[in-house]
Design a protein around this ligand. Structure first.
Ligand SMILES: Cc1ncc(COP(=O)(O)O)c(C=O)c1O
Length: 377
């Protein structure tokens, strides 16, 4: 699925040197290396502020809390994402409300959100938290309009979308605040847990900086309930090195995606979406968005059989995500049940992520597609 050693090998001297500099300064928590990364990251994204923190999960919580989304308020998000998109809302003390996805992009559906907002639960909603799933921005034209009309905050879960954009605006600069993850499998990854909040609001940035340090502005004077959610110096140093290469890596991911498209078409396996019947539905890049292909996710009605077939041939694949959030045991108290979100439930049965990373070779992709063709024949 992912061979991180291929990324590491050409960079190891530069990475070791950057880690050595952290050791030389002995600034292990935040410090110069994190400040330098934050500055460079904000410039790259075209956003005023970037606040490094301990994980993408903490970044989501910080973004919500700093935007003053909390108790007695509700936040709308998608049932088809990683657990943290919803658990962070609960951690901020707010109520998660879920709305179904668009079957073509797997992202939160603006019309489903509007239906929810027009219903009895709509009045409590203070924010919408769309996830840029698989590296493609959610429909920001629609969400920006909905937020404007109803005076709601928009918080982006940009964990999978470093470098993606919508109408030329980068993920991280679209909403009131955004959260990134630098977990090892992400397209921009640290050497451990790390995350980041971005915002154009000075107020939200100041609050996020305070909340990641136990609610302190002045040492040992705690103005609010914060938490320890700081980025460590080694992660800042490593991320600053990788930041120089991420645009090139994202271009390579796009080339890998194009090759998959061509190989699947050449193999005669492709059927029109969004729902599969006999073959494979390919992922699509929506017009006027820039997809960074964090994942290349196909759809097939025979997903489980195909995955087993690939596993037997030692070909990696993954299911993001096999159980939608409303059916997770831990989220039972939200009160949803089977049938609540049919699109998310169907996607959970049909999606399969194939190997994708910048260094993946064409012959390896050929092997993957040939195996899939063999399965369908
Ligand atoms: C969509 C999404 N949101 C949030 C997270 C949480 O990030 P982290 O693992 O860095 O806490 C992840 C990644 O794991 C993710 O994919």
């Amino acid at each position: 699925m992912l061979d991180l050693k291929r990324q590491y090998q050409p960079l190891y001297r530069e990475l070791l040197e950057s880690v050595g500099q952290v050791l030389a300064t002995q600034q292990f928590i935040l410090g110069e290396s994190v400040a330098a990364f934050e500055k460079a990251a904000a410039e790259r994204l075209g956003v005023a502020h970037a606040i490094g923190c301990s994980s993408g999960t903490d970044a989501l919580w910080l973004a919500l809390a700093a935007a003053e989304v909390g108790p007695s308020q509700a936040v709308v998000t998608t049932p088809f994402s990683f657990f943290a998109s919803t658990s962070a809302i609960l951690r901020a003390g707010a109520q998660p409300l879920l709305a179904d996805i668009d079957p073509a992009t797997f992202n939160l559906s603006p019309s489903a959100v509007e239906a929810l907002l027009n219903g009895p639960q709509g009045a409590a909603v203070r924010a919408i938290l769309p996830v840029h799933l698989y590296g493609q921005c959610a429909d920001w034209t629609a969400f920006a309009r909905i937020a404007r009309e109803r005076n709601l905050k928009l918080v982006e879960d940009a964990a999978q979308a470093w470098g993606a954009d919508a109408q030329g605006v980068k993920a991280g600069a679209l909403g009131d605040a955004a959260a990134f993850s630098f977990y090892a499998t992400k397209n921009l990854s640290a050497a451990g847990d790390a995350g980041m909040v971005t915002t154009n609001s000075t107020e939200i940035a100041e609050r996020a900086r305070m909340l990641r340090q136990h609610g302190m502005k002045r040492r040992y004077y705690h103005d609010e309930m914060g938490w320890n959610a700081r980025m460590d110096g080694f992660q800042g140093a490593i991320l600053a090195v990788k930041l120089k290469y991420i645009d090139g890596w994202n271009q390579l991911r796009r080339a890998v995606a194009r090759r998959y498209h061509a190989l699947f078409h050449a193999a005669g396996l492709v059927e029109a979406g969004p729902y599969p019947s006999h073959g494979v539905v390919l992922p699509q890049e929506v017009k006027s968005t820039h997809h960074v292909w964090h994942q290349y996710v196909i759809r097939t009605a025979r997903r489980d059989g195909l995955r087993q077939f690939l596993t037997e041939r030692k070909i990696g694949s993954e299911i993001y995500y096999p159980v939608p959030l409303h059916l997770q045991a831990a989220l039972k108290p939200l009160g949803y049940s089977e049938g609540s979100f049919p699109e998310a439930e169907r996607a959970a049965r049909e999606v399969l992520a194939l190997p994708i990373f910048p260094e993946l070779r064409e012959d390896e992709q050929q092997t993957v597609v040939s195996a899939i063709a063999e399965f369908f024949s």
